[in-house]
Design a protein around this ligand. Structure first.
Ligand code: GDP
Length: 478
């Protein structure tokens, strides 16, 4: 039996549903044996050939383009065959089944199966092979999935940058510098009598500091990329009828949540992803957060509180025309008191005063009322849109987005975590370098650990189970 990653694989590579074109893709060594039975002819490498796709009895399933990429010059590094047919669910299923059957069929000349062990591909398996065959490193392979899943234009552009290797190149540069340092320190270890001189001459400390600041630069860009990928979650909270659903609609620019003048009618949370300068913002509208006897409404309220616990920020919406109402003020204070302390402590509760369009010119002063949330209130009108930009700016600020950031590359939490770990080891190395000769072995060890942590990003040094986790989240056929 061949190892799993050596078995030939096949999958429908296009999204399920109707489409002008649908693609069945195969990868594996020895795939050439299927060309004749599937297409009734041979194929010139890397040429699109218009051909019938044939059933076992020679009947035509469909006609389309076939392209053969003999390995290693292919996406996976193995031989790849792409069949571009019409994009119907049934026709692609037929073609997929036909490929599997053609693999199992015996070649009349040899009486052996044409392509043994051909099976359906698992999610991400084509890209996993590209990684295993050194066509892509791990950060690039992840960028493939991130490009497909990108929820904003900026996210797609940064994923594309990572896919082309920009992030990996930065990581490799850092690794090279760490390798040089390790060689220097380890050489010094071998000649103990020259220790201090040697390190001083080579300015080991200065070089460690340089690596640390280069790491900070990459970390900052990776954080921005992670934000583009994951976005931030913002909860809209407040009493019934203050305009929470209207605010979500205004941010999204479309009628998404149900807007109604009857209090308590938004029963479940409604969430929508809007984008602000390319940062995906997942906005969750909460049910009117009031005690209720209605069972369904109570469930809605409980879910809202769960969403609030996990949020990056809360928009605490109040009706600007009712700020002076002591009863409603007390209710607002009660809602505020229930918000997670973490969000308030980090000033992540934004007090939004809605319905500013209802204020007369002489009432503008009422907006100066003290903020309950302890942050600068934002006065706006979900109805007219006045003040929305200030809210968007505040949200970006809370997300940690730097508008002028250039060359952001897509990164994942895993990458940021590995960079931070590297940073800690380099910092420890810097401290040890200051101590001098007594700490040389520890210094060498910190540099090694930092080097390994960086290697996890590109997959130069990656535990197998991590690979499983990463690729299983891909879509099938990719
Ligand atoms: P929710 O219960 O907090 O989600 O509030 P809704 O979004 O359903 O709004 C309640 C009522 O207030 C509706 O009649 C809205 O049309 C109205 N409303 C919402 N925002 C504004 C606003 O900015 N100005 C005015 N004048 N009315 C608003």
């Amino acid at each position: 039996m061949p190892a799993r990653h050596e078995e030939p694989i096949v999958a429908i590579a296009t999204a399920s549903g109707r489409g002008a074109v649908g693609v069945v893709r195969l990868s594996g060594h020895g795939l050439e044996a299927l060309v004749e039975p599937l297409c009734g002819r041979s194929l010139a490498p890397r040429h699109a050939t218009y051909t019938p796709f044939l059933d076992a009895d020679g009947a035509v399933i469909d006609r389309g383009l076939a392209i053969l990429f003999p390995g290693p010059h292919s996406y996976t590094g193995e031989t790849v065959l792409e069949l571009q047919a019409h994009g119907g669910v049934v026709v692609l299923d037929l073609l997929l089944a036909r490929c599997l059957a053609a693999g199992a069929e015996r070649d009349p000349r040899t009486n052996l199966p044409r392509l043994q062990h051909l099976r359906l591909a698992e999610p991400g398996e084509f890209t996993e092979r590209a990684f295993l065959n050194d066509k892509l490193d791990l950060a690039q392979a992840e960028a493939v999935a991130d490009l497909i899943d990108a929820s904003t234009e900026a996210a797609a552009r940064s994923a594309s940058r990572s896919l082309s290797g920009a992030f990996s190149a930065e990581v490799e540069k850092l690794r090279d510098r760490l390798v040089e340092l390790r060689m220097l320190v380890e050489a010094t270890l071998d000649f103990p009598e020259e220790e201090i001189d040697f390190l001083e001459q080579a300015d080991a400390r200065g070089r460690i500091d340089e690596v640390a600041s280069a790491l900070d630069g990459v970390l900052a860009r990776a954080r921005q990329g992670m934000l583009l990928r994951e976005g931030m979650t913002v909860v809209i909270a407040g009493q019934p009828n203050v305009g929470k659903s209207s605010l979500l609609n205004a941010l999204a620019g479309a009628e998404l949540a149900i807007v109604t003048p009857i209090p308590g009618t938004t029963r479940d949370k409604v969430s929508e992803t809007v984008q602000i300068e390319g940062v995906p913002v997942h906005v969750v509208d909460t049910a009117g957060l009031r005690e209720s006897v209605d069972e369904v409404e109570r469930i809605g309220v409980a879910r809202s509180w769960q969403a609030i616990e996990a949020a990056d920020a809360v928009l605490f919406v109040r009706d600007v025309t009712a700020l002076g109402d002591p009863e409603r003020g007390a209710d607002d204070a009660a809602i505020l008191a229930r918000l997670p302390a973490r969000l308030r402590e980090e000033a992540r509760v934004v007090e939004v005063r809605n319905k500013s369009d209802l204020l007369g010119p002489d009432q503008r002063d009422s907006t100066a009322a003290q903020s309950l949330a302890g942050t600068e209130p934002i006065v706006l009108s979900a109805r007219t849109g006045t003040g929305l930009d200030a809210l968007r700016r505040r949200l970006l600020e809370l997300a940690g987005w730097q508008a002028d950031a250039e060359g952001v590359f897509m990164a994942r939490a895993r990458h940021v975590e590995a960079l931070k770990r590297t940073r800690r080891h380099v910092e420890a190395a810097a401290e040890l370098a200051a101590v001098g000769d007594a700490a040389l072995e520890l210094l060498a060890e910190e540099l090694r650990l930092g080097h390994d942590a960086l290697g996890e990003i590109t997959g130069a040094f990656t535990p197998d189970d991590l690979l499983g986790v990463i690729f299983s989240r891909f879509c099938i056929g990719k």
